[in-house]
Design a protein around this ligand. Sequence first.
Ligand code: COA
Length: 260
Amino acid sequence: MNFENILIEEEGSIATISINRPKKLNALNKDTITELHEAFKELDADKDVKVIIITGSGEKAFVAGADIGEFAHFSVSEGQKLAAKGQEVLFDFVENLKTPVIAAVNGFALGGGLELAMACHFRVASENAKMGLPEVSLGVIPGYGGTQRLPQLIGKGRAMELIMTAGMIDAQKALNIGLVNHVVPQEELHATCYKIAGKISNNSSIAIGYAIKAVNAGFKSDVNGYVSEIEAFGSCFGTEDFKEGTTAFLGKRKANFPGA
Ligand code: COA
């Protein structure tokens, strides 16, 4: 597929997706969401890709939200469909990928932008990053999972305040409350994400996929996280990666995981 709104770069086992609408501060319009879905699907299916990093083009924004111009005239049912479809094809999709996804938050991550960063498996921010869910200032609420994932990450009270005030927090505050894992100068953001991605890619991608599934299970109301963990744990014993990992350890050598 040819992409107009995103760029993909692959270096070794690490792929970087850049949302590339800098003049619109990388706001998520319908086409961008569709392209992101396709890109994530393709990269997740590619066995050579061990980690995906997502970021925004330019130095100002990760993503400044859903494209307000696209939904300003929507009806009740169109609004519901927008949220349902977006959650299905992008936000839930990313969260449930078997390939780890790191959000490199390089500037404004607002509304749908913060929701996208929160759907990723974890976040690294640059010092200039600003995060918030300003939807209530527009007369709407977060609809791409923000009311659920923000309390999971920072606790209910803090999430309530951030959502109700429609405020923005800086990177340091985001670090202090656990919304992002690291804060680095902007020029070091990419290298920092690469360094972490490199460490991840040395491990079993199959086991990492199962770990993502088990962790996510704990946040779903229709499944028991402990039961999911037992199933995923057991499944690992049937993989080539498990044979390689344990054999390498016992043979006192570094594992070279086949990813199967
Ligand atoms: N949807 C559509 N367009 C957006 C956008 C969004 N969420 N966020 C920014 N843009 C566009 C602006 O309309 C502007 O386009 P223009 O040059 O054609 O007029 C361009 O991006 C640059 O934004 P601008 O507002 O001029 O930059 P700024 O530095 O003055 O302000 C922000 C930056 C992020 C504070 C401001 O753009 C903003 O508040 N954006 C909306 C954030 C939001 O509410 N997101 C949640 C949506 S549900």
